[in-house]
Design a protein around this ligand. Structure first.
Ligand code: UD1
Ligand code: CA
Length: 432
């Protein structure tokens, strides 16, 4: 079944109190909006319209950059919301960008990041109705729209309407079933009924949720899919930074478990931070307090940490080691090579079975540009070596402790800096 998707992301997001637009906040290396678009694309829609307003240019640029290499980028379109506030207005503005023959319309929120493809597929699959609504039950439903159902039908009471937190009576606030903000609409129903919504509510906005009451009044009440409580994190919204942190934790556990199921030895799963897009081979050990950012590839039977900072774009081989207090960025580290202690290695290619001595620094930045360093195989870099990029150190080189290397060092050589130890004997207080 073909469908079109509208993603709502025009809200101001004042509750996060951040300068960064809410949908550009990250969970494990992906922005909220990137996550929602990824999931929307997995369902293979004909098109996706993202409705923006506040910080529209910044958000649009981010999306265009993030998906620039994705062949589906041509499916992504943008709409700018008018000055009228509310989720109904946002959908109306999104609709105007859709192909005229769009039939089923999936509406997602840019701030509900962990929704899965399976749940949305299940929503598509329920009985035909002009409105399909995804709900769930929360013990603490604060902030969400509450779903009011008919109270005289025993079997399957249909939804009568949704009341927002700010408009609800004390009795309605006790309802635990909440609106997730995820719907599938028939387009004709949507077009017709969006015109019948008013701003007669405490926020003076056009609420999309009013469509549930309109559907009930039209004798075609919404069909509900109630998501089971063990999956209800999927529909939690990010309205503030506490919710962002809670969802990050949930996603981090999923990522760590995925690696463990592939044979990665994670010593303490609560103290291991691994972003999306990281490949790790089996038998590799990740010791506590490491931060592994996105786009990294780590081989098998290697060791990372404790306390290492793996920034993006590294390719680390098999049987390799990145030890304690080591930061790496954009490096290739060959099989069997080690950076065991207290070092920074950035923008470098290192061969096989090479050891970078403790506290060595690859000085890759001259204040204006970054430069690359190449180190061969079977090299022994002594402790406290500074390698100023661009440098090339060929195979089998030894460097003395405290050497400053700049330029080329030919293979099979020893490199040392003239920085000899001198001793002055009988050095007493009086000489100082
Ligand atoms: C909304 C629902 C609420 C539901 C909750 C689920 C309405 C009126 N309320 O409330 O029933 O429980 O989501 O998370 O729909 N947006 C726009 N334009 C606007 C306003 C909002 O595009 O004018 C976007 C926001 O950027 C956001 C989404 O719509 O991505 C939801 O808006 P938000 O203000 O967060 O609504 P909630 O109060 O969470
Ligand atoms: Ca929200």
């Amino acid at each position: 079944m073909t469908h079109s998707t509208i993603i709502l992301a025009a809200g101001k997001g004042t509750r996060t109190k951040t300068k960064t637009p809410k949908v550009l906040l990250e969970i494990c290396g992906y922005t909220l909006i990137q996550r929602v678009i990824n999931t929307a694309l997995e369902l293979n829609p004909d098109e996706i319209v993202i409705v923006l307003k506040h910080e529209a240019d910044e958000i649009r640029e981010h999306i265009e950059k993030t998906f620039s290499k994705n062949p589906n980028i041509k499916k992504i379109k943008f709409a700018i919301q008018s000055d009228i506030p509310g989720t109904a207005e946002a959908v109306k503005n999104g609709l105007s960008e859709l192909q005229p023959d769009a039939e089923n319309i999936l509406v997602l929120s840019g701030d509900v990041p962990l929704i899965s493809k399976e749940t949305i597929q299940n929503l598509f699959d329920i009985n035909y109705s002009p409105v399909k609504l995804l709900t769930t039950n929360y013990d603490n439903p604060f902030g969400y729209g509450r779903v009011l159902r008919e109270n005289n039908v025993a079997d399957k009471p249909v939804p009568v309407k949704i009341v927002e937190q700010k408009d609800a009576t004390p009795d309605q606030l006790k309802i635990k079933e909440i609106n997730t903000g995820i719907y599938v609409f028939n387009k004709d129903f949507l077009k017709e009924n969006l015109e019948n919504i008013d701003t007669n509510n405490s926020q003076g906005e056009l609420y999309l949720t009013d469509l549930i009451e309109l559907a009930y009044q039209n004798n075609s009440p919404a069909e509900i899919l109630n998501l089971e409580s063990n999956k209800s994190y999927e529909v939690e919204g990010v309205n503030d930074l506490v919710q962002l942190a809670n969802l990050s934790k949930i996603r981090q556990i999923q990522i760590n478990e995925m690696h463990m199921r592939c044979g990665v030895l994670i010593t303490d799963q609560t103290r291991t931070y691994i972003e999306e897009d990281v490949q790790i081979g089996a038998d590799t050990k990740i010791l506590p307090d490491c931060y592994i950012m996105k786009n990294n590839k780590i081989g098998s039977n290697s060791m990372i940490g404790p306390m290492s900072y793996i920034r993006p774009n590294n390719i680390i081989g098999d049987n390799a080691k990145i030890g304690a207090y080591v930061e790496v960025k954009s490096i290739e580290l060959g099989d069997g090579s080690k950076v065991p202690h207290l070092s920074y290695v950035g923008d470098a290619t290192i061969g096989e079975n090479t050891n970078i001595g403790a506290a060595s620094i690859f000085a890759n930045y001259d204040g204006v540009n970054k430069h690359h360093t190449t180190v061969g195989s079977n090299v022994r870099i002594g402790s406290d070596t500074v390698i100023i990029a661009p440098s090339v150190i060929e195979d089998n080189v030894y460097s003395g402790a405290g050497t400053v290397i700049k330029g080329e060092v030919p293979k099979n050589s020893l490199v040392i800096s003239e920085n000899r130890m001198k001793i002055k004997e009988n050095w007493t207080k009086e000489n100082r």
